[in-house]
Design a protein around this ligand. Sequence first.
Ligand code: ADP
Ligand code: MG
Length: 635
Amino acid sequence: MAKKEFKAESKRLLDLMINSIYTHHEIFLRELISNASDALDKLYYRSLTENDGMSREDFYIRLTPDKEAGTLTISDNGCGMTAEELENNLGTIAKSGSLAFKQENESKEDIDIIGQFGVGFYSAFMVADHVKVVSKPYGSDEAWVWESDGADGYTLEKGEKKSFGTDIILSIKPDTEDEKFSEYLETYRLTQLVKKYSDYIRYPIRMTVESERVKEGTGTDDKPAEYETFTEDRTLNSMVPIWKKNKSEVTDEDYNHFYQEKFFDYAPPARIIHSSTEGASTYNALLFIPSRTPYDFYSKSYEKGLQLYASGVLIMDKCADLLPDYFSFVKGLVDSEDLSLNISREMLQHDRQLKLIASRLEKKIKSELKSMLLNDREKYEAFFKNFGLQLKYGVYSDYGAHKDLLQDLLLFYSSSEKKMSTLEEYVGRMKEGQKYIYYACGETTDRIDRLPQTELLKDKGYEILYLTDDVDEFALKMMMKFDDKEFKNVSDKDLGLETEEESAESKKLNEDNSELLRFMKEALGEKVTAVRLSERLKSHPVCLSADGGMSLEMEKVLNAMPGAMPDGQKAQAQRVLEINPSHPIFARLQKLFTENTEAVKEYAGLLYDQALLIEGLPVEDPVAFSNAICKLMAE
Ligand code: ADP
Ligand code: MG
């Protein structure tokens, strides 16, 4: 029997495919099972049109590993292939009989055939050095045998087969140092692979499995357990995917169980999002928001992504393109009929269909979070504790491109409510004539609450948001405004509180004391850009504030972040030492200035150090600070 060569381009393609399209050899099983499933579908549709009373229950796929012969056989009782079909579909790479079938039957509903790319079959050569296909078309009494060792070509001859369908017989490659091909003859491994990739194939995938059990009549009080091996025929796949079921058929318990098993979480999810769409793209999505933070969530090793299925067959375990970074905590899967099995990662990135799905999911996740915020506040706050940081990073990243989507999902601690508040709620509570949304930064809400800068505002009945995460102020700066109200750091120069009269007064006070203030500034040198009298302080003598865009908090964060500033520069806020003119210390300074300017210099240094301590910043020379205090105490 003469060997036929593969079509010229096929040879090259075969090589390319085996070496580059598939990264994991194990997917050969998924490909062959999907082909079998397609063959069953085709026969089923044909029987529908010809009305010959076949039912889906009659169909199956069977795996038969034979360790002695070193073969793995994948059988189906599907449509089978004629000699011509064997030649056309298997002899030509990138020719898909399934795609043609789909196109011919376009008008029929519910055609859910997987194949359409025409390369899956060749993945068999990744694990087999010889492939034999024995096939008998339904309704024919002729069987044909197609055989090939891979790139050289193939033979095709008449053969024997009892009933219709196809057997794919793989002679598994010998083990190498790098790869144990013999694993594909082990029932545990095959079971595992079916579970992983083909669990939702809608026909039963069967295999005879040997296992052990306790012998009957043993294992009682007076007889110790004896074991016996037995064989049983098992269906390896669960067939109907939970996400294809109608929502009303699935209980919360089912969802929880599915989530915990599939995504290895010991806690049930905080929220379940089950959605299906028809139209421009048809897909089912089943998403979960975890109720706790995965231990590695805020580390580099955490990989975001959703499982991606094409018609119930897993094609990617973590498809990152389906989730934006700010929703990276979402777990789940998408099943689409519009994707092909053999698509590679690179191709997926540019897939229009995938982009469309991703953008719809993004909106869906947003609206689910919003509804959680509105209808189940307690749960939402727990969620925000876990993943709020990610949302705030999302506002800040990409130059604020996602702020509109995310800003109404944010929560910050409110000084007046003493609990978490949305920006919208804050704005709703703003006083008449209030220009700004005030915020203050610090390590903890308690510490912020004691900051001198917050005293006056609170006293006048203004609400302040307390920001305790590093990213917070950066996120607000990126947003600039919310609902047309600008954000204002309580340490900013102008808080918009003073009447014109008051600011004229304050200006005059500063001018009247300009000599003293200038003297103190000079005593402090480069440490500050100015020393100023301030109306914002009530009982405290001093505080630090910053002129310009960079706050003290931002300076701290930027300097702690490697690479945040160009060329190893240090971030430097323009520090201003503010003095409370109504504090007795000021009267003392004025007096000293006329008597002993050396003492004013010392006081300036001490006041500056105190302001640093209040801000939670380190004093530059703690020993000098301590000595200066002791000196004062001893006077
Ligand atoms: P695809 O599945 O994307 O069409 P494959 O390379 O996996 O491409 O398969 C090529 C073609 O071979 C299929 O389209 C189908 O027509 C045919 N084929 C493969 N396996 C079987 C089978 N078990 N029964 C019937 N036809 C098959
Ligand atoms: Mg295929």
